[in-house]
Design a protein around this ligand. Structure first.
Ligand SMILES: [Zn+2]
Length: 439
């Protein structure tokens, strides 16, 4: 890559020049020589490390790009209309894939009534449930009268005829445009080919994998505690021991309080290891915070869901549990490391929306969820700046010798944090590829 000289950028509150060569930040100083570099005038804007989204699902994002989006549709007629419009523009042999569904309840019969003539599958917005119509059940051979398949992603992919190849590069561009240069993929892959595919995003990807698949550069082992059918304690203890025995931390998906209680009991027995993490921590009763801190577990959480789904939570979640939703401040005060991930495509991939939601805890209609859990915007940004293998650790900094993953903002950091938005990103630099994104 070419050498880049950033003139007049703000780093750690100071106006400086920054020279980037090869994959590395070479110099941070004043009045640096051009010396053949491509010069970018920073106009006083902040230069910060590339953000890392600590919890995403890249393949699901790529698939969602060619799916029918049911987000916000709340009745059967609305969902039917969206599916039928998509059906009208696609050949009858083609599967319809829809995502973002939340309510009302759907089953095989409802889908048959809406779209009888072709295979349809609809994914719950949690990602944990697919509903298939009769055509789709016939085509895949699943014997499930309701058409509702929990936790069957891999089995479904095996039985559904392949569609066009997934466009991971387009997904990567979307992140780069928001200043995100790296992600942790939280789908517990058990196929080496998927890891190859993730790299096509052009992002630095730390891939979680099934405890049985360990590969060069692998991230934590991922264990999903399904909310609808929790495994036994022995099984969870066994998974933790397998990962640790392999020299890997484990990431345990805990959405409900019951799942968290189970996971903590398993850690009590198996012991925790550096890098072990709780994914989501959607409901953390206050009395469990000391145990999370004692095991030195990191919570990788999604404040963006407070913004995106907060109104649903206020309607559906027991009032007693509302203060325990997607905690942040109380975890930090309790000595727990916290990292942020958007859970895209189940959450919006824009990290700046998550930063905003972490600071104001405001729902779409302006209600507040867990006011006590607010953090300031600088703290929220730091939760996207931790090392990929230490999501809640100290934020990476722009300093000589550091990796050339950088984001140029359109104003000093304090101004941007006063009104956080992806619009404030002027350019994103990524190791190896140079300026990877610029409007
Ligand atoms: Zn997830």
């Amino acid at each position: 890559m070419t050498t880049i000289l950033f003139r007049n950028v703000e780093v750690d509150g100071q106006p400086v020049d920054v020279r980037v060569t090869a994959d590395t930040i070479a110099t941070v100083g004043h009045d640096l020589d051009v010396d053949g570099a491509e010069v970018v005038d920073g106009r006083g804007g902040a230069l910060i490390p590339g953000l890392h989204d600590h919890h995403v699902h890249l393949l699901a994002m790529a698939a969602a790009r060619r799916s029918v989006d049911l987000t916000g549709l709340t009745d059967v007629e609305g969902i039917g209309g969206a599916l039928q419009r998509a059906a009208a523009t696609n050949p009858t042999t083609r599967w319809l894939r829809a995502t973002g569904w939340h309510e009302p309840e759907l089953d095989r019969n409802t889908l048959d009534r809406l779209v009888p003539d072709r295979p349809v599958r609809v994914q719950h917005r949690s990602g944990a449930l697919w509903v298939l119509n009769s055509r789709a059940l016939e085509a895949t051979g699943f014997d499930e009268p309701t058409g509702r398949l929990f936790g069957m992603d891999d089995a479904l992919r095996d039985r559904i005829p392949p569609d066009e190849p997934l466009d991971l590069a387009a997904v990567g561009q979307r992140f780069l445009a928001a200043g995100v240069t790296g992600v942790t993929d939280a789908t517990p892959t058990d196929r080496p080919g998927d890891v190859q595919l993730l790299a096509e995003s052009g992002l630095h990807v730390l891939a979680m994998s099934a405890p049985t698949l360990n590969f060069e550069g692998a991230g934590p082992a991922k264990l999903i505690l399904a909310d609808h059918a929790l495994p036994g304690l022995d099984e969870v203890v066994g998974a933790i021991r397998t990962a640790h025995g392999d020299g890997r931390p484990i990431a345990v998906h805990c959405v409900t309080a019951a799942a968290l209680v189970l996971a903590l009991a398993a850690w009590d027995e198996a012991g925790a290891s550096t890098g072990d993490r709780i994914e989501h921590g959607s409901v953390i009763p206050p009395e469990l915070i000391p145990a999370i801190a004692a095991h030195r577990l990191t919570v990788v959480t999604q404040p963006n869901f407070v913004g995106e789904r907060g109104d649903d939570y206020l309607a559906d979640v027991d009032a007693h549990d509302v203060p325990s939703l997607y905690r942040c401040r109380s975890l930090l005060d309790g000595g727990v490391d916290v990292g942020f991930g958007t859970d895209a495509p189940f959450g919006d991939p824009d990290p700046w929306l998550a930063i905003k939601a972490a600071t104001n805890r405001r729902t779409t209609i302006g209600a507040i969820v867990g006011a006590e859990e607010r953090v300031d915007a600088a703290t929220a940004l730091d939760k996207f700046l931790g090392d990929p293998r230490r999501p809640g650790g100290p934020p990476r900094r722009v300093q000589p010798g550091g990796p050339a993953d950088l984001v140029l903002l359109d104003a000093p950091l304090a101004d941007v944090l006063a009104e956080p938005s992806a619009e404030r990103v002027r350019a994103t630099v990524s190791r190896s590829s140079g300026v990877a994104w610029r409007p």
